[in-house]
Every structure is written in structure tokens, then in C-alpha cells.
Design a protein around this ligand. Structure first.
Ligand code: ADP
Ligand code: MG
Length: 329
């Protein structure tokens, strides 16, 4: 069946029927607004992301289920980067009337699966017709105890720079698809099924370990720069310390220029945080407890020093790799 036969309101009813409830939800889908309650002493964290077909995703490279998951995962990643607990989710969706209802159901399945895995519940959204491409807008709300959320502005000279997981896998998978090649399943999933580092972000924030934190959506070169700007500091990254996966390393040996993907490729959805040097071991232990390894990749330097890369021979140069920017290519 096509969406034009089902209609907007039956689609919303179908979404509502599959949505659960959660603590704090007095009213979810079905009224003019959701009515929600925060745990006492907590603050609200809100983040929104827009995903456009053929800009952010291609329905021939990703399934509708994975798309639903990823649309939610990238928002969860923003809450993780603040050290918050995800709670309430809103999905705005525009697609053409010719869209198969089964494809929309798979998308909603993906949304609800990803949300449930991280304790978030769908409480609202909006649905309308698009003249062609899918447009997806996801808003997430999370909570953090007052004073515990971690911003981008707290990095201080001497802090260590830590990143979770491995970098560049998602960008490498995308580059292979763009060349008409097929990445192996593990690599492909690093692109299509990013895992938001929710427990890690909360663990680092609640223990007061992270002085600044950001999730890596545009590449470390660009995202670390945001922390440097907000905090008024510089940083030095050691090339040899950048964590790379075995499939990434294998290709890097044949094509050294691929290293740029690890620094500026984007869509890693790993966390980058700064931690006082004396507390690095504690932070690494939080990573182990959460099953997501953290790697120390460098250090925060004084204001005016910029973002520098130290290569294997010890030469230090300004890092020139650019992260993803929608308007400057
Ligand atoms: P309005 O006319 O006020 O926009 P709608 O008829 O669009 O209201 O929506 C009715 C209810 O369904 C609202 O509670 C809204 O949040 C919810 N809703 C609409 N679209 C979606 C969606 N794609 N996902 C989740 N909830 C939705
Ligand atoms: Mg509406």
C-alpha cells in the first residue's frame, strides 16, 4: 500500500499504536503538545537534527530500518556529548504519497528500536507530504542533574584529549560506496549503524571527569576546533595515537592519504572529551566499564597555539584537514 492510500492520520495512529510510554510522560502522541515532567533537580537538554535524502542518506545504500535507527542515533549522540540521559523523542517526517507504507513502517521500527535501546520514548512529531525526497527532522530531549552537563567551553591547557572507539571507519565505508565498491559488513555498519556512546558520556559527566565534550559528527579536525574556540585554547594531537580499526589500517598501508578520513571524514559519532591530566586513568576506566575504549590522542595547549598535529618523526604542524561543512566544499 502507498502512503497516499493510507493517509496522514492513519499513519500517525499506526505510529502511536506502536509507541510505549515512560516515566515523566503525562501526554505523548495524540494531543496538541506533549506534557512531560523532569526528575527533580535535573535540567532539560534539547537537540535537533535534520536529515535530507540524497544529502545525508541514500535509500539505495541504507535500509529504511537502518535510516530510522541512524536518525535517532545521531541525536542520541548529541545528548551523550552533553553527558545526559536521553528521554523524549520527536520525529518530523516528509515523504511523497507514493512511498510504500511498508517502508515507512520499517523506518518507524528503526526509530523505536534505537530509542528503546537507550531509554528514549517517542512523544510527538509532525507528518507532511514532500514533493520528492524524504526529509526527516528528529528532536531529542534528555536530562542531566543540575551542573553536571558538559559543554564545549571547559577545556584547559594541560588537559588530555581523549576519543572513544576508532575514527574514519564511517567515512571510509562511504568513500568505498562512492567508488562503486562494497565495504565489508563491519565497516558498512560503522556508517549505517552508528552506536551513540550514551553510557560513556553519562559516566564521564556524572563522575565530573570531562571538562569539555563533543560528539564527532564532522571529523576530529573540525569538532575539536569547536572545543578550542569555545574554550579559548589550542591542542596538539599525536598522529600515531589516533585510534584506527584493523580494516582501516589495512587500507591505510596501501593508501596513506586515507589518514585524512580519520581526521576529517565525519560521521564517526564517537565522543571526544578533555580530561585533567591527573584523571586520565579514571576516565579510561569509565571507558572499560562501558565497553567502549578511550584513547588519549593529545593535549590541550594555551590560547593562540591553534590545532597542531605531531607526526611520527616528532614534527609539529598546523592541522589543515577540514571537516565536513554543508556550504563550503
Ligand atoms: P498538529 O495539527 O497540531 O500538527 P498533528 O495532527 O500533526 O497535529 O499531530 C497529532 C499528534 O500526532 C501530535 O501529538 C503529534 O505530536 C503526533 N505526530 C504527528 N506526526 C508524528 C510523527 N511523525 N511521529 C510521532 N508523532 C507524530
Ligand atoms: Mg502536524
Amino acid at each position: 500500500m502507498r502512503l497516499s492510500e493510507l493517509g496522514e492520520f492513519r499513519l500517525i495512529d499506526a505510529i502511536r499504536a506502536r509507541t510505549g510510554t515512560a516515566a515523566g510522560v503525562h501526554r505523548g502522541i495524540g494531543d496538541d503538545a506533549a506534557e512531560l515532567e523532569l526528575p527533580p533537580g535535573h535540567r532539560l537538554l534539547t537537540s535537533t537534527d535534520l536529515l535530507l535524502e540524497d544529502v545525508h542518506f541514500r535509500l539505495d545504500w541504507t535500509s529504511a530500518f537502518d535510516l530510522g535507527r541512524k536518525a535517532v542515533a545521531v541525536n542520541l549522540s548529541d545528548i551523550a556529548a552533553m553527558g545526559g540521559a536521553p528521554r523524549f523523542l520527536y520525529v518530523g517526517l516528509a515523504c511523497s504519497g507514493a512511498t510504500e507504507v511498508a517502508q515507512l513502517e520499517a523506518f518507524v521500527d528503526g526509530v523505536l528500536t534505537e530509542a528503546a535501546e537507550h531509554g528514549a520514548v517517542l512523544v510527538g512529531g509532525d507528518t507532511c507530504r514532500s514533493p520528492g525526497p524524504w526529509i526527516i527532522s528528529v528532536t531529542i530531549e534528555g536530562t542531566a542533574p543540575a551542573g553536571k552537563a558538559v559543554g564545549r567551553d571547559g577545556a584547559r591547557p594541560g588537559d588530555a584529549v581523549l576519543v572513544s572507539g576508532t575514527l574514519g571507519d564511517s567515512a571510509l565505508a562511504l568513500a568505498l560506496w562512492q567508488q562503486g565498491l562494497t565495504p565489508e559488513p563491519w565497516l558498512a555498519e560503522r556508517h549505517t549503524r552508528p552506536v551513540p556512546r550514551v553510557a560513556l558520556g553519562r559516566g564521564l559527566a556524572e563522575a565530573g571527569l570531562a571538562t569539555a565534550m563533543i560528539d564527532l559528527s564532522d571529523g576530529i579536525a573540525s569538532d575539536l576546533e569547536h572545543i578550542l574556540q569555545a574554550s579559548g585554547v589550542g591542542a596538539e594531537i599525536r598522529r600515531a595515537a589516533v585510534p584506527l580499526s584493523p580494516p582501516f589500517r589495512a587500507r591505510l598501508e596501501r593508501q596513506p592519504e586515507l589518514f585524512d578520513l580519520a581526521l576529517g571524514g565525519g560521521e564517526d559519532y564517537e565522543l571526544l572529551c578533555t580530561v585533567p591530566a591527573a584523571r586520565v586513568a579514571e576516565a579510561l576506566a569509565v571507558g572499560e566499564r562501558c565497553g567502549v575504549p578511550l584513547s588519549a590522542v593529545g593535549a590541550i595547549t594555551p590560547a593562540g597555539t591553534g590545532l597542531q598535529l605531531r607526526d611520527d618523526a616528532g614534527t609539529v604542524r598546523p592541522l589543515r584537514v577540514r571537516g565536513y561543512d554543508h556550504f563550503c566544499r
